[in-house]
Design a protein around this ligand. Structure first.
Ligand code: NVA
Length: 306
């Protein structure tokens, strides 16, 4: 990593991206080094979680460490006390902070007020651990990343942003089909485009699903209403209604395309009822790979000199 933290895909040293995926693959196949022996992780979760919480807790245990789960109702990040106070207390008591937050700014404040690593377990604009697990899944399935084309259909949200950056880093082309109003965060889109240009890959947006999905190696979607967007539910369900990924949409992509979804999935909304069970679906492999990717991140951080 460029620093002690992993808040964004951009924290990875560009040349190290593929090594991180390789490390995750190795750690999936071999015994886990006990790098967290005697160490404690604080898991701050302002939002609900299944995959992220379980995969972090299991991974930390497998690496010899202990985790303490802190829900929002317990610590009230920024409400019961300022984020900086939470950070400075945890800095003296634990060895790593893993946080899922409403505002990415809270991660930055945690980072700025600690000397220990802070890992992003999802924020409003980024979910880098998911994107790494996804790249591991694609790599396992296709034996390559460079040159593949990933098509994301739906909301230009945290999942899409981190995936766009991961594609740019790993030499995959990235296309996103979304309504004009729900395009990717402009700053992240610009960053992804700049990195893509250096790596000779394409970043493309269209409001037309077929334009983006045609000939893709991977078709990816996520919920239309993310955690924190619940107030906009009705408007979003109506705006996204023509962005459902179903068998017809998948037929625009390559025959051997992967269907991916970070889950939780809403059958009948962003996907048709049977998509998760489609023969091209790798969604449960994706969920498992969160564990291996996150262990690789922890290894990278704890083996470095930060
Ligand atoms: N975009 C979703 C991802 C859930 C893992 C959300 O933020 O709720």
């Amino acid at each position: 990593m460029k620093s002690k933290d992993f808040l964004s895909i951009k924290d990875i040293i560009p040349g190290e991206f593929i090594n991180l995926i390789q490390t995750a693959r190795d750690m999936k196949e071999h015994e886990t080094p006990q790098l967290l022996m005697g160490k404690t992780a604080a898991l701050i979760f302002e939002k609900p979680s299944l995959r992220t919480r379980v995969s972090f807790e299991v991974g930390i245990k497998q690496m010899g460490g202990t985790s303490i789960f802190l829900s929002n109702s317990e610590i009230g990040l920024g409400i019961r006390e300022p984020v900086s106070d939470v950070a400075m207390v945890l800095d003296r008591l634990v060895d790593v902070v893993i946080a899922r937050v409403y505002s990415h700014q809270s991660l930055i404040e945690l980072s700025n007020n600690t000397s220990i690593p802070v890992i992003n377990a999802l924020s409003d604009i980024a979910h880098p651990c998911q994107a790494l697990g996804d790249c591991l899944t694609i790599f396992e399935q296709k034996e390559q990343l460079e040159g593949l084309s990933v098509a994301f259909v739906g909301d230009g949200n945290n999942i899409a942003g981190s995936l766009a950056l991961a594609c740019a880093y790993s030499g995959m082309n990235f296309g996103i089909a979304s309504p004009q109003k729900y395009q990717l965060n402009p700053k992240i889109w610009k960053e992804a485009q700049e990195i893509a240009q250096e790596n000779n890959t394409n970043m493309q947006w269209s409001s037309n699903v077929k334009d983006i999905v045609s000939n893709a190696d991977v078709v990816y979607t996520d919920v239309w209403v993310s955690m924190g967007d619940e107030d906009e539910k009705e408007e979003r369900l109506s705006t996204f209604s023509s962005y459902q990924v179903n068998e017809k949409v998948l037929s625009f992509a390559k025959n051997d395309c992967l269907f991916m979804h970070d889950m939780p999935a809403h059958r009948g909304e962003e996907i048709s009822i049977n998509m998760l069970d489609h023969p091209n679906s790798v969604v449960y492999q994706q969920a498992e790979n969160r564990l291996h990717a996150q262990k690789a991140v922890i290894r990278n951080i704890f083996e470095s000199s930060f």
